[in-house]
Design a protein around this ligand. Structure first.
Ligand SMILES: Cc1cc2nc3c(=O)[nH]c(=O)nc-3n(C[C@H](O)[C@H](O)[C@H](O)COP(=O)(O)O)c2cc1C
Length: 302
């Protein structure tokens, strides 16, 4: 359960801790579920799944879109991962979490991937655990893993260096951190001991989510689909978490859009045209290509 600790004038910190025991002495089954736009959160999730699988657990690892929430209570252990966006858990992930049924005694893990130095990742991970603990889950671990940011306006406005400073991330140390989280969680499960986590208070945190997204949206000049380049592959429609894209026209409903850049970052032909302060925005894949960067894969997944 999450209690609230009020700090007048600043914000309030959530404290998340277990309210009941785990349903088993030892976990036999686990689910790892993630939301991922450019692959980082997925990679960490697959690595956690691989680590648990090696320890003899029967593990399902699936993107959030394909995870059947009605089956969650069947698992002994569940890890949920998301990127932090606009200092918060993205709205579509919050919607998914809101529909999670009661999962009493299920061990839970929340992990978040973030870009660059990172901002908001800790509290985003607390949000994951908070929501799942309210459903009866027992918090067993929390992780925040850093990599290159996949936020296209940064490099498109000419600040490539800010993103490229992290071109070597994720590295072996990042993956060691992921494996450690997976191992620590099993250790805690065996000891029947949950963790206690709380928010980090910051003034910037007051601008998380909608406010921050609204400010970013005000800098975007246009968002259109070039009919000459679009090959109607449907990738953007599949990636859009809020159903804002109609390829028949083709058109993007920019009011509905949550500015996640999943369409632009994944379009194979560069058909999504967006501008920021009048400059053309280009994708994460294009940034990697232009700078000859190949992201490191954990050896277990190659
Ligand atoms: C729309 C958007 C907003 C972002 N906002 C933040 C943020 O507030 N703080 C942060 O540390 N990283 C931020 N990032 C960077 C992502 O969290 C990071 O690139 C993440 O690892 C992407 O995960 P994925 O590859 O699984 O989609 C943002 C990226 C995008 C695309």
């Amino acid at each position: 359960m999450a209690a609230s600790l009020a700090l007048p004038g600043v914000s309030s910190a959530r404290i998340v801790k277990a309210t009941g025991p785990l349903k088993k002495k030892k976990p036999e089954s686990a689910l790892v579920v993630w939301y991922s736009q450019t692959g980082h959160t997925e990679r960490y999730g697959r690595l956690i799944a691989r680590c648990w699988g090696k320890q003899g657990l029967s593990v399902d690892a699936v993107p959030m879109k394909r995870a059947d929430r009605s089956l969650l209570a069947r698992y002994d252990l569940i890890a949920v991962g998301t990127p932090v966006q606009y200092l918060d858990v993205p709205p579509n992930v919050q919607d998914w979490l809101a529909g999670v049924p009661s999962i009493p005694g299920t061990g839970i893990v929340g992990y978040v991937s973030f870009g660059g130095k990172g901002d908001g990742q800790h509290n985003a991970a607390v949000t994951l655990l908070d929501t799942l603990t309210r459903r009866g889950g027992v918090p067993l671990g929390m992780g925040t893993f850093g990599n290159m940011s996949a936020y296209p306006p940064t490099w498109s406005m000419g600040y490539e260096a800010r993103t490229l400073a992290f071109r070597d991330k994720p590295d072996q140390a990042t993956y060691a951190q992921v494996r450690k989280l997976a191992a620590d969680v099993l250790g805690r499960y065996g000891r029947g001991r949950g963790i206690e986590v709380k928010d980090e208070l910051s003034v910037r945190g007051l601008f998380k989510g909608g406010i921050s997204r609204g400010i970013a949206k005000a800098t975007i000049g246009r968002h259109e689909i070039d009919p000459g380049r679009c090959i109607h592959c449907g990738t953007c429609v599949d990636r859009c978490p809020v159903g804002a894209i109609d390829l028949a026209v083709p058109r993007v409903d920019t009011r509905r859009c949550i500015l996640c850049f999943g369409c632009l970052n994944n379009c194979p032909t560069g058909a999504h045209e967006m501008t920021v302060f009048g400059r053309k925005i280009y994708s994460f894949a294009e940034l990697l290509r232009r700078n000859g960067i190949t992201l490191l894969e954990p050896p277990e997944l190659v």
